[in-house]
Design a protein around this ligand. Structure first.
Ligand SMILES: [Zn+2]
Length: 867
C-alpha cells in the first residue's frame, strides 16, 4: 500500500548511512579540548556548597571501568539518580550548575547557536526565575563535560512526589491492578523525555530545548499550567557535549552513541538508559539532522518483533502526524526557504528506515515504557562540508529554521501527551501487563493504522524462561556474570536458583540464574537473549545492523526453557567470587572474557613470568600465588591448577594499532597498552622497538608508506606479531607479502550473527560457536603455512541478521559456507600473523569474541619466542 520511493534511500545514503562503528575515523580529540579539573571546579550542587566535588576522585578511578557495577557506582554520584526516588523531596530540585570557562573554539558559535559553555549559565538563570524548572547533572562525557537533565513540571510537595513515585512503580510492577484503577491516570503526571544532540554535529535540538524550557517556565497560559500539572517533561539538553563542542557526530571516545543502546559502552548512554528506566516515559523524541523534508518516524519495516507494536504504532503514528502538522504550520516552503514538507517513512517509503535493532534511543525507549517514540531529522544541513563551505549567514539561516522546527515538534509532542494523557498511561500499563502475564506476542491487526499491511507484521515467540547455568554447564562464569549484570542494568528481573532444578530434562546447578519471561520488561530481556531472526528474505535494504544476540555473542551459555519450576530469589547483581585453588603447582587462567584478559594483563604488568599455552590458557608460576589471589578478588576470576607449564613466555604486550575508534576503546578496556598508528604516523618515522604486536584494520595503507617507513616496518615484521581485520587488514597482509591467502569480500552491507566451526588452534580453539560479521570476509587459496582457526559453518552461516548476495550473485552466504573466517600462520620471514574476516570488537558489543582478539595478540606476540 505504500508508495515505493527512492527518495528516502537517497537521503539515507547521503546523510545517515555514515560509517558503522568499525569504520569510524580514528579518534582524534577535537582541537581546543581541555580537560576540566573537577577538583578545583565550582561546587556541584547546593548541598555540597563550598566543598570540592567529592565525586571527582571516584569518577576518575571508574573512568576506564565499563562494567555495569562501575556504571551504577558512577551514576550514584549524580544528583538526579541519587535523589529521583528520594521520599523527602518534592519539586523543584534545583542545582547550581558549575559554569565551564568560555571557549571560543566551540563549533556551535559559527552557527549562531548556544555553545556548550553557555548552557549551564542559562539553566541557572531559568532555575532562579521559575519554580517549574529543576536541573541536575546526569553524567560526564568521555572528555569530562556535564550532561544536564532539565525537569519541567508544576511544583510538587514531597507527598505529591512520593505519590507519583508510587504510581509509577505500580504501573510497572502491579500492572494488572493498575489497569483496573480508573482513577490512576488522572492522578499521574505523564512522563515525557526529549533527548537532544546525541549526534554532536546535529546541534539544534539543544537550542530548541532551551527555548521551549524557557517558554514553559515563564508562560502564564492556563493550558501550559494544566500541562505542567499533568506531566513531567524531561529534557536531556545535550546528550553529546563533546561532539557539540568539537563538531563531531561521535562522542570524545569516537562512538556513535545512537548505536550503543544494547551495549551501553559509553557513560553518556548509560545515563540516558538510566533516565529512561527511572522516569519511565510514555513518550520520547530524539532530535537529529539533516533530512530535507523533515523526517518524522514511525519507520518502515522490518519492525522490532519484541515491541507491543499495536500499542506503539497507533500512538507513534498519531504523534508523527501531529508533528508533521506542527512543522507545516511554521509556513516554510520549498520555494521561499528551501524547506521541503515532512516525510514519514512508515507512510511514505517502502523500506530502508527501520526500527529493527534496539541500538537507537527511540528504539530502546519502548522497552522502558514508551508507547510513542520518534527520531526527528530537521531539514537544513549545516554540518560536514556545508559547515566549512557555506557562508556564515546561510548557515545561521539554516540553523534558525532547524531550531524552529525542533521547537515545533517538542510543542506538538507535549500537546499530544496532554491530549491523550490517560490513554497513553493506559497503554503503558497494558504493555507491562502483557509482559507480566506472559501473553503470546500479539498479532497486530492489519489496518490498525492506515497502511499497516502484512509487510509490517513481525512477531516473536517468548520462551517460558531463560536459564544462565552455573557449574559445569556454564562455558564461562565470568561471562555469565557480565551478562547478568547487563540484564539487571537494563531493569530486567533476574533470579537465582536456591537449589538445583531440572527443566526440559536438563539439570541445572544451584546458583544458576533464571530470567522468568513473565515479567513487565520481558521485551528487553528477549531482544537480548533470543538468537534473533534471519530477515534476509523479507527486505532488501536495512538502515543499520540486523543481527545481535547477547546470548550468542557475549560468551556465556544461555538456555531457553519451556517450563519453570525452580526455587529462586531475585538478585540485584551477579555474585561473582573469584578463587585460587589450594595447590603447590603452577596456576592456570583460561581466557574466556574481558575480566580474565584484564587480570592477565595486570599480572604480566606486575612482572610475573607468565607462559601462554596454545590452548588459550595462561600458566602462572606457583610463586605468584599472592598476586593471583589479589586479581581473583579484583576481577572475580577463577584460577585453576595448571596441567602444563609449557608454552611461550608472555611478556607485557605493547600494541601498535591502526584500528577504528571502537576497537581502540575495546583494546584499552582489556588492559592492553596501545599506541595508535596510521600511514601518516609511520611515514613520520616510528620506533618499532617498543611494539610487540601490530593491529591493522583501519587507516594504514602499506602501499602509501615511504621507503623509510616501509623498511622499518619490514624489519619489524621479521620478528613481531601482526593481527589484521577486514578489508584494510587483508590488503595490508597482501601488500606486505605475508600470509598466502586470497581474501574474498561478502556483500558489504551483510551483517549479523553467524555460525562458525573452530577446528582448533591458538585463536579459534575454545571459541564460542557463533561470531559476528559486518561486511564479512573469508580466505581462500591458503598457503601451506596458513592454519584455519575458524570457518563459517556449512549450514547457514547466518543465524540472525541480513545477508544477501550481490546483484551478480557473488558475496552471498552460499559462497561463504565452509570457508576460512579466521586464519593464522607464520610468515617465512618470521612474523606471526592472525587475520580476521569476522568483526570481533564491533562497537564493543560481541564481548564473548574479545577473548579471540586477546588470544591473537598473545599468540602473535609470543610466537617469536618458540620459533
Ligand atoms: Zn543523527
Amino acid at each position: 500500500m505504500r508508495a515505493p520511493t527512492a527518495l528516502l534511500s537517497l537521503a539515507v545514503a547521503a546523510t545517515l548511512l555514515v560509517p558503522t562503528g568499525s569504520a569510524l575515523a580514528e579518534p582524534t580529540p577535537p582541537p581546543g579540548v581541555t580537560t576540566r579539573d573537577f577538583g578545583n571546579g565550582p561546587e556541584r550542587n547546593e548541598e555540597a556548597a563550598g566543598v570540592a566535588d567529592p565525586a571527582a576522585a571516584t569518577l576518575r578511578a571508574l573512568a576506564g571501568d565499563t562494567t555495569p557495577a562501575a556504571a551504577a557506582e558512577r551514576l550514584k554520584h549524580f544528583p538526579f539518580f541519587r535523589d529521583f526516588k528520594d521520599k523527602e523531596r518534592g519539586y523543584p530540585r534545583q542545582t547550581r550548575l558549575p559554569v565551564p570557562a568560555e571557549n571560543p573554539a566551540d563549533a556551535s558559535i559559527k552557527l549562531g547557536l548556544t555553545p556548550y559553555h553557555a548552557i549551564a549559565g542559562k539553566l541557572n538563570a531559568l532555575q532562579a526565575r521559575s519554580n517549574r524548572v529543576s536541573v541536575e547533572v546526569i553524567a560526564r562525557s568521555h572528555q569530562g563535560r556535564d550532561l544536564y537533565l532539565v525537569t519541567v513540571t508544576a511544583p510538587e510537595s514531597k507527598q505529591q512526589a512520593r505519590e507519583q513515585d508510587a504510581i509509577r512503580d505500580r504501573i510497572e510492577n502491579d500492572s494488572a491492578k493498575a489497569a483496573k484503577d480508573r482513577k490512576l491516570p488522572g492522578r499521574y503526571k505523564a512522563p515525557v523525555f526529549v533527548n537532544n544532540n546525541i549526534h554532536g554535529n546535529e546541534w539544534e535540538g539543544t537550542d530548541a530545548a532551551l527555548r521551549v524550557i524557557e517558554e514553559l517556565a515563564l508562560s502564564d497560559d492556563k493550558k501550559i499550567a494544566d500541562l505542567l500539572n499533568r506531566t513531567r517533561l524531561y529534557f536531556n539538553v545535550t546528550a553529546n557535549p563533546d561532539g557539540r563542542f568539537g563538531n563531531t557526530r561521535a562522542n570524545g571516545a569516537g562512538f556513535d552513541m545512537n548505536r550503543d543502546f544494547i551495549t551501553a559502552s559509553q557513560p553518556e548512554v548509560q545515563a540516558m538508559r538510566q533516565v529512561m528506566i527511572d522516569t519511565q516515559p510514555v513518550a520520547m523524541i530524539d532530535l537529529h539532522g539533516y533530512v530535507n523534508g523533515t523526517l518524522i518516524e514511525p519507520t518502515t519495516p522490518p519492525h522490532g518483533a519484541n515491541y507491543e507494536y499495536d500499542l506503539f504504532i497507533k500512538n507513534t503514528y498519531a504523534n508523527g502526524l501531529a508533528m508533521e502538522q506542527a512543522v507545516l504550520g511554521l509556513g516554510y516552503t520549498p520555494e521561499k526557504d528551501g524547506v521541503n514538507p515532512p516525510t514519514i517513512p512508515f507512510r511514505d517509503d517502502a523500506e530502508g528506515w527501520d526500527d529493527w535493532p534496539p541500538i537507537f534511543t527511540p528504539q530502546y525507549a519502548p522497552f522502558q515504557g514508551a508507547v510513542a517514540s520518534h527520531t526527528i531529522e530537521f531539514p537544513m544541513r549545516v554540518n560536514n562540508a556545508d559547515y566549512n563551505n557555506l557562508p556564515v549567514e546561510e548557515l545561521r539561516r539554516r540553523s534558525a529554521i532547524n531550531t524552529d522546527i525542533a521547537a515545533a515538534v517538542m510543542r506538538a509532542t507535549y500537546t499530544f501527551v496532554q491530549d491523550r494523557h490517560d490513554q497513553l498511561i493506559a497503554d503503558q500499563i497494558e504493555m507491562f501487563r502483557r509482559g507480566a502475564a506472559g501473553e503470546a506476542s500479539k498479532q497486530v491487526p492489519l489496518g490498525i493504522v492506515p497502511g499497516f499491511g502484512p509487510e509490517d507484521v513481525y512477531n516473536t515467540t517468548f520462551p517460558r524462561a531463560y536459564v544462565i547455568p552455573a557449574g559445569d554447564r556454564q562455558r564461562s562464569a565470568t561471562a555469565a556474570a557480565r551478562l547478568v549484570d547487563h540484564l539487571i542494568a537494563n531493569d530486567v528481573r533476574v533470579e537465582r536458583a536456591k537449589r538445583a532444578f531440572t527443566v526440559d530434562g536438563t539439570r541445572y546447578a544451584e546458583g544458576s540464574y533464571v530470567v522468568d519471561m513473565h515479567q513487565p520488561k520481558r521485551g528487553i530481556a528477549n531482544v537480548m537473549l533470543e538468537p534473533g531472526a534471519d530477515i534476509t528474505p523479507r527486505v532488501d535494504s536495512m538502515y543499520d545492523i540486523s543481527g545481535w544476540s547477547h546470548a550468542l555473542l557475549w560468551g556465556a551459555t544461555v538456555d531457553s526453557v519451556s517450563a519453570l519450576r525452580a526455587d529462586t530469589k531475585t538478585v540485584d547483581g551477579a555474585d561473582l567470587d573469584g578463587s585460587v585453588p589450594w595447590t603447590t603447582r603452577p596456576l592456570s587462567l583460561r581466557v574466556t572474557d574481558g575480566r580474565e584478559i584484564q587480570a592477565l594483563n595486570e599480572l604480566i604488568g606486575q612482572g610475573v613470568q607468565v607462559t601462554w599455552a596454545e590452548n588459550g590458557t595462561a600458566v602462572i608460576p606457583a610463586s605468584a600465588r599472592r598476586q593471583a589471589e589479589g586479581l581473583a578478588r579484583k576481577y572475580g576470576v577463577t584460577f585453576g591448577v595448571a596441567d602444563q607449564a609449557a608454552g611461550a613466555k608472555l611478556g607485557q604486550v605493547r600494541v601498535a594499532a591502526a584500528v577504528s575508534a571502537d576497537e581502540l576503546f575495546t583494546l584499552r578496556e582489556l588492559g592492553f597498552q596501545v599506541t595508535p598508528v596510521s600511514t601518516a604516523v609511520l611515514n613520520a618515522g616510528f620506533d618499532w622497538s617498543t611494539t610487540d604486536v601490530l593491529l591493522v584494520s583501519s587507516g594504514l595503507n602499506y602501499a602509501q608508506l615511504n621507503a623509510g617507513a616501509r623498511a622499518a616496518l619490514d624489519a619489524y615484521l621479521t620478528t613481531g606479531g601482526l593481527v589484521t581485520r577486514g578489508s584494510t587488514g587483508a590488503t595490508f597482509n597482501g601488500a606486505a607479502g605475508l600470509l598466502t591467502v586470497t581474501p574474498v569480500a561478502g556483500r558489504s552491507d551483510a551483517n549479523g550473527v553467524v555460525k562458525v566451526t573452530s577446528p582448533g588452534g591458538p585463536v579459534g580453539g575454545d571459541a564460542p560457536a557463533n561470531s559476528f560479521v559486518y561486511s564479512p570476509r573469508w580466505f581462500t587459496g591458503l598457503g601451506p603455512e596458513v592454519r584455519v582457526e575458524q570457518a563459517y559453518a556449512t549450514d547457514g552461516p547466518l543465524v540472525s541478521g541480513h545477508w544477501r548476495p550481490n546483484a551478480n550473485g557473488s558475496g552471498g552466504q552460499d559462497a561463504a559456507r565452509g570457508q576460512a573466517a579466521v586464519v593464522s600462520g607464520r610468515d617465512e620471514r618470521g612474523a606471526a600473523v592472525v587475520m580476521f574476516g569476522t568483526e570481533p570488537m564491533f562497537r564493543n558489543h560481541p564481548k564473548g569474541l574479545f577473548a579471540q582478539v586477546a588470544k591473537a595478540v598473545y599468540w602473535s606476540s609470543s610466537a617469536a619466542d618458540v620459533k
